[in-house]
Every structure is written in C-alpha cells, then in structure tokens.
Design a binder for this molecule. Structure first.
Ligand code: IMP
Length: 199
C-alpha cells in the first residue's frame, strides 16, 4: 500500500490521523484532494457508518481508504449524542452550538461521566470483504464551562480526569497518546504491520 485516502473533511480528524500515520511509508491524502464530498452517514452504529464512508471514498478514488466514525457518549443521556454527535444541534454543523446544547442539556446534572468512542475502518478497495477495523475509547467527564483552544468538537468540554486537563488543553501528540482516535490508530497500525501491509 503506497497511498491511502482519508474519508473525512473534518480538519481536526485529518490532523490527528495524518500525525498518527506519519511514521508509515504511505502517502496519506484527504478525500478533498479528489473532490470527494462527505458520504451519507445513515446508520445507527459507528461501525456501519465508518465502513460506508471508507467504501464510498475508495470507490470514488480507486485507492485504499480509511474512515473514522466517532462521537461522544454521555452516561446521563443514555449514550447520546453518540452517532449523532456531529449534528447534535442540527444543521449547519457547528461545534460551538453542539457544545452549548450539551451544556444546557446537562445543566443541574451531577453525573458528568462520558466517553469518546472511535472506530476506524480501512478498506483496500471498495468491495473489500475483509476490512481492517480498530476501536478506541477515551473516558472522562463533561465540564461545566469550556476550557482550552486546541482540538475540535467537544474537546473544550471534555475533561481527562487523570491529566486534569480538557481535550482542548492538550497538544496534538498528547491527545493522540490518550484519545479514542489515537488508541484506534495505534491498534490499526499494529494490524497493518502484522499483515505486512506497511513497514
Ligand atoms: P462523524 O464521525 O463525522 O460522524 O463525527 C464525529 C463527531 O463527534 C465530531 O464532529 C465531533 O462532534 C465528535 N468528536 C469525535 N471525536 C472527537 C474528538 O476527538 N474531539 C472532539 N469531538 C469529537
């Protein structure tokens, strides 16, 4: 595998994925380089959406493709917004409105537990019957006010209790070391090496 398309237009995700795959001898290209628009995400599970996005990008580009489907699952909301995280506050997609809605929904709630979940799917071609799948979780708490300016999405509201910092207070390398996406990508790279797909 010499080239890999990343099936996302989310700049935050693209930065984290590109950074984690840097050590590999692979050219990583965003789907925007091929004018591929965002795929539909009609499914109720992360894994189905990740596969749909990876197959869509691979079909359009004629190359292996990797997709991430992820979200934040809040205990007090029975796992919501979950797969609906990107559009929690509706269209157009806005991290700021999503964060405001989450804070308002949890006002007065003492159970602040939440976790991020990420599943990565990699297909060698659009019809690949053996996609590589890797998952990751990141457990923490929802803060009562935003903190920090890096990261994206819900990061200013997500506290890593062990580090005592929000996702938006972590540098890219630090976030990749502990995050749901970082964990999934580490597992994916190990599997690619096991299979001899990359060095
Ligand atoms: P999707 O995978 O494109 O459906 O969207 C994932 C959504 O989940 C993002 O738009 C964010 O709202 C949220 N999300 C996933 N991972 C992260 C993260 O690492 N930080 C902050 N928000 C995230």
């Amino acid at each position: 595998m010499k080239k890999l398309v990343i099936a996302s237009s989310n700049p935050g995700k693209l930065r984290e994925i590109a950074h984690a795959l840097e050590p590999l001898a692979i050219e990583v290209l965003p789907q925007s380089a091929f004018n591929v628009p965002e795929a539909e995400e009609p499914h109720a599970t992360f894994i189905e959406n990740a596969l749909a996005k990876a197959r869509h990008a691979s079909r359009r580009c004629g190359l292996p493709a990797l997709a991430d489907d992820s979200g934040i699952c809040v205990d007090a909301l029975n796992g919501e917004p979950g797969v609906h995280s990107a559009r929690y506050a509706g269209e157009p997609v806005s991290d700021e409105r999503n964060n405001r809605k989450l804070l308002a929904t949890l006002a007065g709630e003492t159970n602040r537990k939440a976790h991020y979940y990420c599943v990565i799917a990699l297909v060698r071609h659009a019809e690949d019957p053996q996609p590589l799948i890797a998952e990751g979780e990141w457990h923490g708490e929802i803060l009562r006010a935003p903190r920090g300016a890096s990261g994206f999405g819900y990061d200013p509201l997500f506290l890593d209790p062990e580090l005592g910092r929000s996702g938006a207070e972590l540098a890219l390398e630090e976030k990749n070391r502990v995050s749901h996406r970082g964990g999934a990508l580490t597992r994916l790279v190990a599997r690619l090496r096991e299979r001899g797909v990359v060095l």
